[in-house]
Design a protein around this ligand. Structure first.
Ligand SMILES: C[S@@+](CC[C@H](N)C(=O)[O-])C[C@H]1O[C@@H](n2cnc3c(N)ncnc32)[C@H](O)[C@@H]1O
Length: 344
């Protein structure tokens, strides 16, 4: 257990919950209490959540599910829920949809893929019930609890690029879990959510678009955790995008991907170097302090990255840490987690 605020939301490739002791002290060393800190590619919001009691924090991610989590746990400074409140808010609508099937996208499209038919019905019914809620942050909290429940019950090895085969030994156990029950239990975790006096904000766009926003001018310190492998987040977590948007998307291939998936330049060998150059040059020109996480197993080498820092910032340092990293179902590997701290 580390000493920083932490909350479990979804199982997420590269989430930094286990590295808070390594990262947070470095951010605190260079950020003043009055600084606004932006978690530029926030994923589960783990870093922003750990900073939220001491600083004003902004979050941003291109994925909509991430934006929902960030609104629920970072921007939200007033609403909590628990299991009993969730039952009062959702149960009647949940059972109405279970019998009338007003919402049925998951049942129609995902039965016997990542979830069983009954689990898909539960997802549709929870989604219907959440849409009857008026308060925006309550909705975000329930959607986050639903995503947590889905990631506990999914018949996968840890992401949505592929589901388990029909004869897999864990299939019966996973497919008989109740998403509704798992979701209700999760709501209890949100009764003790960290609240702060700061006006935090969550954004949902390509970070380059955020750079052009008026709000970004107020940011003094930027934490950056780019993807570092060739795996696109939009491919691994498309089902979470679909359940949060619930927008009847066109789906393709056996994995049922959305056709409108975002492709990040940080996950393409041909573009990653230029992307880092342009991003860091911009931040240096704007005089932002930067803390950047990367890995020794990344698409670009640490030497190349260090070279870019040396050309863009007046001061930078590089810190490394050994880390046991889960490989989404293929066991663990040892990597070095790297942190660059830079300023002018
Ligand atoms: C390594 S994960 C971040 C994990 C996060 N620090 C955590 O603890 O959960 C990288 C994130 O970058 C986001 N991303 C990739 N390219 C992006 C872009 N161009 N603009 C904004 N977000 C982007 C992905 O959606 C993903 O959530």
């Amino acid at each position: 257990m580390n000493k920083y605020n932490q909350i479990k939301t979804i199982r997420y490739m590269g989430n930094k919950n286990r590295l808070l002791d390594f990262i947070i002290p470095e951010i605190r060393k260079i950020a003043k209490r009055s600084d606004i800190i932006c978690d530029l590619m926030s994923g589960t919001g783990a870093i922003a959540y750990a900073l939220k009691d001491k600083y004003t924090v902004y979050t941003n991610d291109i994925q909509y599910y991430s934006y929902i989590i960030d609104k629920a746990i970072i921007e939200n400074n007033k609403i909590t829920v628990d299991k009993n409140i969730a039952i009062l808010d959702l149960q009647e609508h949940f059972f109405k949809n279970q019998s009338k099937k007003i919402y049925h996208f998951f049942e129609d499209n995902f039965t016997d893929t990542y979830f069983s038919g009954p689990q898909c019905c539960e997802i549709d019914s929870i989604r219907y019930a959440i849409d009857q809620i008026k308060d925006e942050y309550k909705k975000d909290l329930y959607l986050t609890a639903l995503m947590y429940a889905m990631s506990k019950c999914e018949s996968t090895s840890g992401h949505f690029a592929q589901y388990l085969p029909k004869d897999h030994k864990r299939l019966v156990e996973l497919r008989t879990k109740s998403i509704w029950e798992e979701m209700l239990v999760k709501c209890d975790d949100f009764s003790s959510l960290v609240m702060s006096k700061f006006e935090n904000k969550a954004f949902n766009m390509d970070y380059k678009d955020l750079f052009q926003k008026e709000e970004f001018k107020k940011v003094s310190c930027v934490y950056i955790d780019t993807p570092y492998t060739g795996e696109q987040y939009s491919r691994f977590y498309h089902v979470l995008e679909t359940v949060t948007k619930y927008d009847n998307p066109k789906l393709e291939f056996k994995a049922k991907y959305r056709t409108d998936r975002f492709m990040s330049n940080f996950s393409l060998r041909s573009t990653v170097k230029q992307e880092f150059k342009e991003m860091l040059s911009f931040l240096s020109k704007e005089n932002k302090k930067v803390v950047l996480s990367y890995s020794t197993k990344g698409l670009i080498s640490i030497d190349e990255l260090e070279f870019i820092f040396s050309k863009t910032f007046k001061h930078y340092k590089l810190i490394e840490k050994d880390y046991q990293h889960s490989t989404q179902g293929k066991g663990t590997i040892k990597i070095n987690e790297v942190l660059f701290v830079a300023y002018n």
